[in-house]
Design a protein around this ligand. Structure first.
Ligand code: ADP
Ligand code: ZN
Length: 750
């Protein structure tokens, strides 16, 4: 499939019979491109590749991209004719084109779907990209003075000539200043006196020269190391750097310093961040330092904004783009640097459609562009650490908190046999009180939104379940309802138990809403604010909530939305509830995620001058995970976890691909997966291993029964070779009609 697309993409007219057929990739979940004849009267050559065309598809008209041209296949079916060619030149820069090709190949995804990911909606629908920028007029350097002297004094051409003395003026400006200037400009142009030029969309104010403080030695060393690889440097070229720095160690300052240089040299950079909505502060900080050249990119952006940004980047304007996952697929013809902040963050992995990892793609792009790429984290993912250990990435360390702040003190709070008041142990409540009375801020972290994770009948044991997922529904109070956090289904609160008609329905367990209620009652003189997906639906809601509480003693209750981003200078105490939930997960990545989350949450405390304190409430104070993390920190945890993964043959020491299927009935996905497994059997052998066919960890979701088949291999190429032969066959298996299936290469969740 992609092999042939690849070959087609590289067809040279010289070596093959004259091309008469366009291979068009459409954004459809189908494996190969479609063949079309060119529009009437047009001849094809390889310059069509990369251009969009409009084609008939059944009764519809679709926009697709030409990914290859070929000679008419022998014994050929009747092909339809493309309706029109949209672009005269490839829409995407060469490097992006090749990266997308790599992506389709590596993730075994339809090329048309991959190409669609890299185009704003308007372009996918066939619009021509607006050319960004503005036209300006200026005097020609070698203007002929005799011609100038012949201009009639006071007439429009002469007026315009005067106005252009020593300045260039853009057309918008001329419109407001000199009526009828266009005719005059054309006249002067004909005389060879003035010229019309394209300029960047806006003239950007120069970035602020410096941070206002000097970088410490480790920060400076990090900047120097990356700078040495930037375009223009003697040693310029691709290199992956891991900026491994504890929270608050000044990683962002390192980025800013480098980004300022990139802009000053007239080039572009991308900074990937996990979530922009949560970190408007970060964007503001970038703007403060780098000025108007900072643009943002995220899913909430309006379409017009999106197109403008896309076009400005495609025109190589010097910009710094701060964006979420999909920003890695933007055109970057002038790129100098790619930064991935919080590189361990799960949001870099796309979980539907083309299941790509933005982090991995960023590396592929940096390599293709010959640039340095900088991964920053206080808790790098194990894959990254393994690469650093092998010397493939260069590690840059920031070991101290910048500006003199001290790391927080982390303590396990053993809650066995203690009376819990709304989930909080007495020592935790006492610490909260002390902190508030001392003028500090408290964060109570609980990674479950809603009032209570379940609603239980105390008389008969009934638990309200989502019929479509077979999981307890979460009780919410504001507004009152039951909600399934897996599929979004909602239900009214029953007045009585539907099973026994008893009136003993009780909330079971504790969510953020309940914590907010009870803490408000316990500490009525302090504001208690809640930050989770329910409380922050509006634009800028997080920020509003945080700024409300930032300057006075208060309690923040929140989910992992609070783990990163905002500076909370008064925050002195973090109490973490529900640590034990994470200790018992079956996913092999669960400990890694829990360690990252705990370290990140703990890192919120004591970012400024006040020392921070962290309490982890647990029933398992002796759990090796917790004792290990506390005594050795993330670094030691990671070393042990890597050793375990190696012993068990798990990533990063193995490479995985997961075939998921869901259907109305379990028999349908079993049948499909069995056929898929049989199909693979011939190619399995010693290099690649296939698991048994098993129900998914969540065997039912949104009414669908779900199963999966896991392939693993010690060597990536062996797995890829198998996938390349295997995946195209899946589309045609007899059982395929009854299932929805997807392939996940390097799955982040099993
Ligand atoms: P990180 O990104 O590693 O969490 P930041 O870059 O946000 O850390 O830095 C944490 C705080 O320390 C910020 O308020 C920042 O302005 C400040 N800071 C960073 N570097 C320095 C420095 N060299 N001297 C003084 N303050 C610094
Ligand atoms: Zn559900």
């Amino acid at each position: 499939l992609h092999g042939s697309a690849a070959a087609a993409g590289l067809v040279e007219d010289g070596h093959s019979p004259a091309a008469t057929v366009l291979q068009v990739a459409l954004a459809l979940p189908l494996p190969s491109p479609f063949d079309y004849l060119p529009p009437a009267g047009q001849t094809i050559n390889r310059h069509w590749i990369g251009c969009r065309v409009e084609v008939p598809f059944g009764p519809r008209r679709l926009i697709g991209m030409v990914v290859g041209v070929s000679a008419r296949p022998p014994g050929d079916r009747r092909l339809r004719q493309a309706l029109r060619r949209i672009d005269q030149q490839p829409l995407l820069p060469d490097e992006l084109w090749h990266t997308l090709h790599w992506m389709a190949d590596y993730y075994h995804a339809p090329w048309g779907e991959v190409l669609a990911l890299a185009q704003p909606a308007g372009l996918r629908q066939g619009d021509t990209p607006e050319s960004p920028g503005r036209w300006v007029w200026r005097r020609c350097d070698n203007a002929d003075h005799h011609a100038v002297q012949r201009l009639r004094r006071g007439a429009l051409p002469e007026q315009l000539w005067q106005r252009l003395e020593a300045v260039e003026l853009d057309e918008d400006e001329l419109d407001t200043r000199l009526e009828g200037w266009r005719g005059a400009a054309r006249r002067l142009q004909a005389l060879g006196l003035v010229e019309r030029l394209r300029r960047a969309a806006s003239s950007l104010p120069p970035p602020q020269a410096s941070a206002g403080f000097t970088l410490n030695d480790e920060q400076q060393a990090a900047v120097d190391a990356v700078r040495a690889r930037l375009p223009g440097a003697a040693n310029a070229g691709f290199q992956t750097f891991l900026l491994d720095g504890i929270t608050g160690s000044g990683k962002t300052e390192v980025y800013l310093e480098l980004l300022a240089e990139v802009l000053a040299s007239g080039r572009q950079a991308v900074v990937l961040v996990p979530e922009i909505a949560l970190t408007p502060q970060t964007v503001r900080r970038f703007r403060r330092r780098l000025g108007e050249a900072v643009l943002v990119w995220h899913s909430g952006l309006a379409e017009g904004e999106r197109r403008k940004t896309w076009a400005r980047l495609a025109a190589a304007e010097p910009l710094v783009l701060v964006g979420t996952r999909s920003a890695v697929l933007l055109p970057l013809p002038g790129a100098a640097l790619i930064v991935i902040d919080e590189e361990h963050d799960g949001s870099y992995k796309q979980q539907d459609g083309v299941r790509y990892s933005a982090r991995d793609l960023a590396l592929v792009r940096a390599q293709a562009l010959g640039l340095p790429v900088l991964l920053g984290s206080a808790t790098p993912c194990l894959e990254t650490l393994a690469q650093a250990q092998r010397g493939r990435y260069q590690t840059l360390r920031l070991r101290t908190r910048a500006g003199g702040a001290r790391p927080p003190q982390v303590e396990v709070l053993d809650v066995r046999k203690q009376t819990l008041q709304e989930g909080l142990a007495a020592p935790a409540l006492a610490a909260i009180r002390r902190t508030l009375e001392g003028g500090g801020q408290v964060l109570v972290f609980r990674n479950r939104r809603g009032y209570a994770p379940a609603l239980l009948c105390h008389d008969c044991g009934f638990v309200a379940q989502c019929a479509r997922c077979d999981r307890p529904m979460t009780l919410h109070r504001a507004p009152p309802r039951l909600e399934c956090h897996h599929c979004g289904a909602q239900a009214r609160l029953p007045a009585a138990c539907p099973d026994c008609q008893g009136l003993a329905l009780q909330p079971q367990g504790i969510g953020t809403e309940r914590l907010q209620d009870s803490l408000t009652q316990m500490f009525p003189q302090y504001p208690v604010l809640r930050i989770d997906r329910d409380s922050t639906r509006g634009k800028d809601a997080v920020e509003r909530l945080l700024s409300e509480s930032a300057t006075r003693p208060s309690i923040l209750v929140g989910t992992q939305m609070l783990a990163k981003g905002h500076d909370l200078p008064l925050l002195q105490l973090v109490v973490v509830l529900g640590v034990d939930d994470g200790l018992h997960s079956i996913d092999f990545r669960a400990p890694e995620r829990l360690a990252q989350l705990l370290i990140q949450v703990a890192g919120r405390a004591g970012r400024a001058q006040r020392p921070g304190h962290v309490l982890l409430q647990t029933h398992h104070p002796q759990h090796p995970f917790l004792t290990g993390l506390l005594s050795g920190g993330y670094r030691q945890f990671a070393e042990q976890a890597l050793a375990e993964r190696q012993a068990l043959g798990l990533p990063p020491y193995a490479h995985l691909a997961l075939l998921r299927a869901e259907a109305q009935s379990p028999s349908a996905w079993r049948e499909f997966l069995q056929q898929a497994r049989d199909q693979a059997a011939a190619w399995l052998g010693q290099q690649v291993d296939a698991s048994a066919i098993l129900p998914a960890p969540m065997p039912k979701r949104a009414g669908y029964s779900r199963g999966q088949l896991l392939l693993s291999a010690a060597q990536r190429p062996a797995l890829q070779a198998l996938l390349k032969r295997w995946v195209p066959t899946l589309y045609d298996l007899p059982g395929v009609r009854k299932v929805r299936w997807s392939l996940d290469v390097d799955p982040s969740e099993l």
